[in-house]
Design a protein around this ligand. Structure first.
Ligand code: PMP
Length: 364
């Protein structure tokens, strides 16, 4: 066995062949999409066709979608200069780091505490509520439509980070009640460095990047034509049965992981989750140790705990869920995607099972 098992799609997914082909073609478009000549118009046509297909995929009007450099920028643009923002405690750091953000707790399964949100909204001066459609560490789905109703009743907007859910769980911006939605290309097999922000009311939007007329003055800077085209091609390549296939592979993975170790735990196993992410705890073995040992065995996963300035910091997501620190520190994230095969899952299970067997016998 030489090929590696890549099981870190929630961090970034390999480029889909359809996206690679579309990007290769788009790289040959010489024009700037803002130029009026034929070359410029060809680049513009490619961007607008991508905008239409991506907007259609989320049930939104194309004229309301702004292309960005990724979801970090989309989140920042949605939340910049809005005033007081209430965000779930399990949001992505690109949301939590925005000025004016206050967190609202989640329950033990990682879902936003709607009663706490309602109480926090009572002050009446909240500009925006930020709630992800699904969490990037656990896959747990959030009660977005309920949060939208509460936010709107209090006169606040709802921003939805749909990065992990897009392409895995069909959704519609109107049904969600979202006022803005952040998307990223590279989580679903598109290129890194391309994303989008959908806006219900683009006229009320204050741009983050100014000084150019691109994107209807909503985002200055020459459009990343190849990135945008690759984003739409990746989204368009998703087969309707892909989510079901991943859910079946994950079910097999979780069942076997628990059976083979006896004490492994799946975080938030009992609540609705995205089909491709599992947060797996192996009590008694640090996540960083598991990640390194699996890497040596040819399997790529990520740690549920992030390492910053030499110290292992517990995941803010697991901490917010009240997962006890020892369990949180032994939790890894295994995430599947379009290229995942049953063989990849077997390879993970073999390597992880043998690691589990070494606990207590070797100082790890
Ligand atoms: N939100 C979520 C939920 C994510 O998982 C990520 C990627 N880690 C981002 C936002 C940031 O996306 P990008 O990499 O496109 O900046």
């Amino acid at each position: 066995m030489t090929a590696r098992a890549y099981l870190d799609h929630a961090a970034s997914s390999p480029l889909r062949p359809a996206a690679r082909a579309a990007i290769a073609q788009a790289l040959d478009l010489a024009g700037n999409a803002s130029s009026v000549h034929e070359e410029g118009r060809a680049a513009r046509a490619a961007v607008e066709s991508a905008r239409r297909s991506l907007a259609t995929a989320i049930g939104g009007a194309a004229g309301r979608m702004v292309f960005t450099s990724g979801a970090t920028e989309a989140n920042a643009a949605a939340l910049a200069a809005t005033g007081r923002v209430l965000a779930s405690a399990v949001e992505h750091p690109s949301v939590l780091a925005q000025p004016g953000v206050e967190t609202v707790p989640v329950d033990r399964s990682g879902r936003l505490d709607l009663a706490a949100l309602a109480t926090a909204l009572e002050s009446g001066n909240v500009a925006c509520v930020a709630l992800m459609l699904a969490n990037n560490e656990t896959g747990v789905l959030q009660p977005v439509a309920e949060a939208a109703a509460l936010a709107h009743r209090a006169g606040a907007r709802l921003h939805v980070d749909a990065v992990q859910a897009f392409g895995r769980l069909p959704f519609d911006v109107a049904a969600l009640g979202a006022d803005s939605v952040a998307l990223s290309a590279h989580k679903l097999g598109g290129p890194k460095g391309a994303g989008a922000l959908w806006l219900r009311d683009p006229d009320a939007f204050q741009p983050l990047l100014r000084g150019g007329g691109q994107e209807h003055r909503r985002r200055a800077g020459t459009e990343n034509v190849a990135g945008i085209v690759g984003f739409a091609a990746a989204a368009g390549a998703i087969e309707p049965e892909e989510a079901g296939r991943l859910a079946a592979l994950r079910r097999a993975l979780e069942t076997e992981a628990r059976l083979s170790t006896g004490d492994a735990a799946v975080i938030a196993a009992a609540v609705p989750r995205l089909p491709h992410i599992t947060a797996l705890a192996l009590p008694g073995m640090a996540a960083a140790t598991q990640v390194m040992a699996l890497d040596l065995a040819g399997v790529a996963v990520s740690a549920g705990a992030a390492c910053s300035s030499g110290k292992v910091a517990t995941s803010h997501v697991l901490a917010a869920m009240g997962v006890e620190p020892a369990l949180a520190e032994s939790t890894i994230r295994v995430s599947l995607g379009w290229s995942t095969t049953a063989g990849d899952i077997d390879r993970f299970l073999d390597a992880w099972g043998s690691l589990a067997g070494r606990r207590g016998r070797v100082a790890l």
